[in-house]
Design a protein around this ligand. Structure first.
Ligand SMILES: Cc1ncc(COP(=O)(O)O)c(C=O)c1O
Length: 438
């Protein structure tokens, strides 16, 4: 792991977007480079935004709370009046976020986003466990987000960790039996930690979190759970999850980018990555009061007092998602829904299809030109398009994985956005298919 299938790609000369294959409608410049000439202005044109798993827009309500908090003067660590006021504002926000996540406020460490949380969760837990005498094995599910994959590989390459990748099945599930066998094979004493996604950010698979964490805990192994894609989609209750540490990020639910949290159970220790003023358990750095206030405001919109995503929101999102799935199936009977069937094992806001004979990034390009923002759901690093390591881990051949498109919705998604997608899709599929997989 992770086996990355690389495909050659050229990039738009004006915006660096990758253009994997010659798309009818893109213009070729005199120097042979191509540009997205048909793109519309995303600010002035009415568009459909179906990429909420990448980032979800900030509502006016959250933006107003953020703006107001940005004007609070004072470092919450200062002892004077300004500092105390900032500290009170911060702690109110922390308490609200913690309550929504089912943890105590003392267990909530604010971070600079999901990537930092995941890194601190995995590296910090690994170092602390090693110091306490645990072995070097890290159990990591296949198909994890790159924050986890890269953190785990860094520990392997520089810190002596031994990675054991846990296979996921064709729907993206990590099964309890797979975990039990891996623990038995490695030897429980040899395992420093387990890490897995609550909800897969590409195909929307919901893992049986409490069961998996329970199996690991029974063997004396702490679990890090990446709940970034779960927040706002399913109830995320730290106390009930059995996780030792859990990562979340604000911008996936309409909070600011660069704000996140690591929930660190009272009995769990992580060694810090950042050294400094030790403002929080395991994390140094002046705390972001406004970021915390905006995160709390976004949480209020996304999650009810019972820690469940607001029921009306979930019902509305599920209905729109199912309309989208039915529409795609009638437009292209060859398209295959990846991940679990719609139902309790699938995040309500996720639909993920592969379109045979098409490049996913061609479809993204063509839909973009028609005013619809979606994603292939896989990484694009240094201008090289890659097929999704998640789909590859689910057993898809490279060609099938190449035609991936991810559609992600939020409670703010409107029916017109789904209609716009479904109106643009037949032409996009026809043109992408004629361009093929070259
Ligand atoms: C599952 C998952 N984990 C971690 C991250 C990283 O979060 P952030 O963008 O806040 O750094 C993401 C972001 O896409 C994600 O989807």
């Amino acid at each position: 792991m992770p086996r990355r299938g690389r495909r050659s790609a050229s990039a738009c000369s004006s915006c660096s977007r990758s253009l994997a294959s010659p798309i009818p409608g893109s213009s070729r410049l005199a120097d042979g480079s191509r540009t997205c000439s048909t793109r519309r202005d995303p600010v002035t044109e009415p568009r459909a935004y179906l990429d909420h798993a990448a980032t979800s827009p900030m509502s006016a309500e959250v933006a107003a709370a953020y703006l107001e908090a940005l004007q609070v003067v004072g470092n919450p660590a200062s002892t004077h009046g300004h500092g105390q006021r900032a500290s009170e504002t911060l702690e109110e926000a922390r308490a609200e976020i913690a309550a929504a996540l089912g943890c105590d406020h003392a267990e909530l460490i604010l971070t600079a986003g999901g990537t930092e949380s995941v890194n601190l969760g995995i590296k910090g837990l690994y170092w602390a466990r090693r110091r306490a005498g645990a072995g070097p094995v890290i159990l990591v599910a296949e198909g994890e987000h790159h924050a986890t994959v890269e953190a785990a590989e860094w520990l392997r390459d520089t810190q002596g960790a031994r990675l054991v990748w846990l296979p996921i099945d064709g729907a993206g599930r990590l099964t309890p039996d797979t975990l039990r066998s891996a623990i038995a094979a490695a030897g429980p004493d040899q395992v420093a930690l387990l890490s897995f996604l609550w909800v897969n950010n590409e195909v929307g698979t919901i893992q049986p979190v409490a069961e998996l964490c329970g199996i690991a805990a029974d063997a004396g192994i702490p679990s890090h759970v990446d709940a970034v894609a779960a927040l706002g989609q399913v109830p995320v209750d730290f106390a009930r999850s059995g996780a030792a540490v859990l990562s979340v990020s604000a911008h996936k639910i309409g909070g600011p980018v660069g704000v996140g949290a690591l929930v660190l159970g009272r009995r769990t220790t992580v060694d810090p990555i950042l050294h400094g003023g030790t403002q929080q358990r395991g994390r140094s750095g002046t705390q972001d009061v406004a970021g915390a206030v905006a995160f709390a405001a976004a949480m209020r919109r996304a999650v009810g007092s019972d820690r469940h995503p607001t029921t009306a929101h979930t019902a509305a999102v599920t209905t729109l998602r199912d309309t989208l799935i039915a529409g795609i199936r009638s437009i292209d009977p060859e398209a295959v829904l990846r991940g679990p069937a719609p139902g309790p094992e699938r995040a309500p806001g996720n639909a993920h299809f592969t379109f045979p004979g098409c490049q996913g990034d061609s479809l993204v390009f063509l839909l973009d030109a028609a005013g619809v923002s979606v994603s292939v759901g896989s990484a694009c690093q240094a201008g090289v398009a890659e097929t999704s390591h998640v789909l590859r881990a689910m057993g898809l051949p490279e060609d099938d994985a190449a035609g991936a498109l991810r559609f992600t919705l939020s409670a703010d998604t409107r029916a017109e956005e789904i209609e716009r997608l479904l109106a643009a899709l037949p032409d996009a599929i026809a043109r992408a298919r004629s361009a093929g997989l070259a």
